[in-house]
Design a protein around this ligand. Structure first.
Ligand SMILES: [Zn+2]
Ligand SMILES: [Zn+2]
Length: 132
């Protein structure tokens, strides 16, 4: 995830999760270069079921927390996400309401978020969400 300013390192803000799922959404990212903040993933806003008006089923966290590297505790991270699609773009065009508010790229089925630590270089898994 690269900021509009070109900066590739930031601080990842999440919510406190649960035992086997340490970080919950919404996820936001603050660029270390320009300090711009944006919520790049919200399981109650994004993905196929939300775009289609089916509602969201996943639990969100309450308590804001800064994601730190599990190995060295550094919080300056490079964040990447993989969006998984299981859709046919033509079908999606028919299902979308035509307002142009959403496109096929908004209709992802799942997202996996990873972070690369700027200090020890460890790549770790932040979390994954199913949205269809
Ligand atoms: Zn920036
Ligand atoms: Zn680290």
């Amino acid at each position: 995830m690269v900021c509009e300013c070109g900066g590739g390192l930031g601080v990842l803000e999440a919510r406190q999760g649960w035992d086997d799922f340490p970080w919950a959404d919404p996820l936001s990212y603050v660029c270390l270069d320009c300090e711009a903040e944006r919520t790049f993933f919200n399981s109650h806003r994004d993905g196929y079921d939300n775009v289609m008006g089916n509602g969201a089923t996943s639990m969100q966290g309450e308590k804001a927390t800064t994601v730190a590297c599990p190995t060295c505790n550094e919080f300056k991270l490079a964040v990447t996400s993989d969006l998984l699609y299981n859709i046919d773009a033509d079908e999606i065009d028919e299902e979308l309401d035509g307002s142009g508010a959403f496109g096929p790229s908004d209709c992802f089925d799942a997202i996996n978020v990873y972070a690369n630590c700027s200090k020890c270089k460890e790549r770790f898994y932040v979390g994954g969400w199913e949205l269809a």
